[in-house]
Ligand binder design. Sequence first.
Ligand SMILES: [Zn+2]
Length: 159
Amino acid sequence: MYFLAHMGLAVLAMSILSLTFTYGIFGSLLADLIDKPLHFLGFAPSGRFIGHTLFASLVAFSFTYFATKDRKKSAALFVGYLSHFLADLCHSFLPLFYPFISYRFPVYPFGLRYTLFFFLTDLAGILIMVFIYFRNERFRAEVKGLMRRISGYFLVHFL
Ligand SMILES: [Zn+2]
């Protein structure tokens, strides 16, 4: 799956569980943010490697908890991370229990293949986010706060 589908699923999970959206969305993207560059640089046999493991999700959860001391934010990141696995389980290989169980990693050349399946799942992700944006006050507030912070950063650093 691609980013928008993962984000949509995370937003849905955060909405249902009343967790922090931004942390959940970041968690839902972390596995790919770790593994895709590793694969691109030639350090991973495919786009699903150490980032796509329960071990990595627990490390991310622990790191977030110790950095923020906030159970809701770290739980959001963890649930977002797990939602990534749920979406990725729909198709192809997933080394969930690596490095505790050895896997025969499939070797793929790096490539960005965007199929109709990816397009449809991304579209579903966008629709979920738009739907929840208009229905969930908390999501709207987090998106607006994030946009304010990003625009403030650019105003301060580039203008
Ligand atoms: Zn993935």
